[in-house]
Design a binder for this molecule. Structure first.
Ligand code: S3P
Length: 168
């Protein structure tokens, strides 16, 4: 089946990586997790790239890796992929799917997380980031899937059906 490249976007903890892996299986596509690719390529954990080299360098790595990942059918991006217009232009060539989840749900899912530097801040700043990002996700995505009360397999099934219908 010839389908458009799928980019999963959404806030940290929205399920992009887990959903992406299962979705790719369902659609018989290959899968890449951009954050994992960045870590492998640079032999550094994301949190170390942030603390040692800074967010700007991370964003540069992220854009380059996004462009290098063009041989994959399903791409799970990092929550900040929408911070650069250049990234959005690349993703617009494919199908951009926003995995939406409420702030409360995200908070539950990320409880005790130590891997995400941009989550390690005051609640006020988390909310601010969440709100600002949500606008960016909404503005560039082709589809929004509300995942708040859904299991991973619910989300995967919803997207699989939508992609199949879209292709008929
Ligand atoms: C980030 C999200 C992370 C990771 C990095 C920055 C962000 O990915 O790319 O920590 O700016 O929201 P996940 O969305 O997979 O947590």
């Amino acid at each position: 089946m010839e389908i458009k490249k799928i980019y999963l976007i959404g806030f940290m903890g929205s399920g992009k990586s887990t959903v992406g892996k299962e979705l790719a299986k369902n659609l018989n596509q290959n899968f890449i997790d951009l954050d994992c690719y960045i870590e492998k390529k640079h032999h550094m954990k994301i949190k170390d790239i942030f603390s040692k080299l800074g967010e700007n360098t991370f964003r540069k790595y992220e854009t380059i890796c996004l462009k290098e990942a063009q041989n994959y059918g399903v791409i799970a991006t990092g929550g900040g992929i929408v911070e650069r217009k250049e990234n959005i232009l690349v993703m617009k060539e494919g199908l951009i799917i926003f995995l939406d989840a409420s702030f409360e749900e995200i908070t539950k899912r990320l409880q005790g997380d130590t891997k995400r530097p941009l989550w390690k801040q005051s609640k006020e700043r988390q909310v601010e980031l969440y709100k600002r990002r949500k606008q960016l996700y909404m503005a560039c995505s082709h589809w929004t899937i509300n995942t708040t009360n859904c299991s991973i397999s619910d989300v995967v099934n919803i997207i699989t059906k939508k992609v199949m219908n879209n292709n008929n």
